[in-house]
Design a protein around this ligand. Structure first.
Ligand code: GAL
Length: 337
């Protein structure tokens, strides 16, 4: 009899474990072929290892698909969702739905409206302040041009006291694209620099699109720019590829690296600091970048998911949580120097 009841208890607990998965977290990402997201997702997966079971799904850049994925994860009794929304304005419906099901949600990288974040107390956001990256990118460029707006150095190639600049913009409506584009220009103006923006073009964070966009800009027949400011590294790399093909970078001694003092090159600045761009900085093709600190973001996201699963996001939580909702991760500048 005693053994029978032990058996019954064992069978019941196995059944319970099967029907409601323990520590199951869903990770939804707007698309798979995004260089920065790839680094961030890898790190979230590494951080979750051994802490909770993580189910990662990519949403093919469609909010409709992402909503279906959310419904599936609800059906599968996922306990916490980590969401990189396709359309950040779609967060309203998502929060309402998850509140109904009592499934806490951590948004990241694509920031929902404040009013949507406030719909429920089980909603968090992990990200970085786009203003900071725009300002840091401008600071890197100003240093390159000699740090004196009234006396630009040799990088003002036509010596007109102004910097002819191309800006490559990320995705229309994305907070990082809008704010980085505006802020990098504001920072130059505030510091007293004159920049001529010869083109601001959208290339959706994408290397190939930026290659084509830069090709069109060069084909317009204007003089090559003195500076290219890209909202992210992937687009910066695309712009460098076409400019290399057009002979605007010339590795005259053929050693595979740009010697900036005596070879021809154009300063291009990115944002993200992904491994691919660090390689290009080391080879001298990309001048610099602003590191969008994905390792720290991944640590904060995983720690938050774990604390939510344990039912306690309290004062001991290792990252500062602003207004009970926001974890902000600082950017850092990165150049060869
Ligand atoms: C930005 C990042 C871009 C792109 C975008 C996706 O923060 O700089 O490279 O990944 O997020 O939302």
């Amino acid at each position: 009899m005693k053994y029978l009841s032990i058996w019954v208890v064992l069978v019941l607990s196995v059944l319970a474990a099967c029907s409601s998965p323990r520590n199951s977290v869903g990770l939804l990402v707007y698309r798979e072929d995004d260089l920065f997201m790839r680094s961030l997702v890898n790190d979230i997966q590494k951080e979750s290892d051994g802490q909770f079971s993580l189910d990662t799904r990519f949403s093919l850049n469609s909010q409709v698909i992402q909503n279906e994925q959310i419904e599936n994860l609800i059906r599968e009794e996922t306990q916490v969702l980590i969401i990189n929304p396709v359309d950040r304005l779609g967060a309203y419906a998502v929060v309402k739905r998850l509140k109904m099901e009592n499934i806490p949600v951590i948004f990241f990288n694509r920031e929902p409206l404040r009013s949507d974040m406030e719909l429920w107390d089980q909603v968090w956001y992990v990200g970085a302040k786009a203003e900071q990256s725009g300002r840091m990118q401008a600071e890197l460029a100003m240093e390159l041009f000699g740090s004196d707006p009234d006396s630009l150095n040799e990088f003002d190639r036509n010596d007109d006291g102004r910097i002819q600049t191309v800006i490559l913009k990320g995705e229309q409506g994305h907070q990082d694209a809008e704010i980085r584009t505006a802020m990098v220009q504001t920072a130059f103006q505030e510091a007293g620099y004159s920049i001529d923006v010869i083109a601001v073009e959208t290339a959706n964070w994408n290397r190939n699109e930026a290659y084509e966009t830069m090709e069109e800009i060069l084909d317009r027949g204007v003089n090559p720019p003195e500076l290219v400011l890209s909202n992210n590294d992937a687009m910066a790399l695309g712009a460098i590829s076409i400019m290399r093909q057009r002979g605007l970078f010339s590795d005259t001694n053929g050693n595979g690296k740009m010697e900036r003092t005596d070879e021809e090159w154009i300063p291009v600045l990115g944002i993200d600091g992904v491994p691919e761009s660090v390689e290009q900085i080391e080879a001298g093709y990309l001048y610099g970048t602003v590191h969008n600190d994905y390792s720290t973001m991944a640590k904060a996201i995983a720690a938050l998911a774990e604390s939510i699963l344990e039912g306690r996001v309290d004062d001991d939580f290792p990252y500062e949580i602003i207004d009970g909702k926001y974890i902000w991760v600082d950017y850092k500048t990165f150049t060869l120097d």
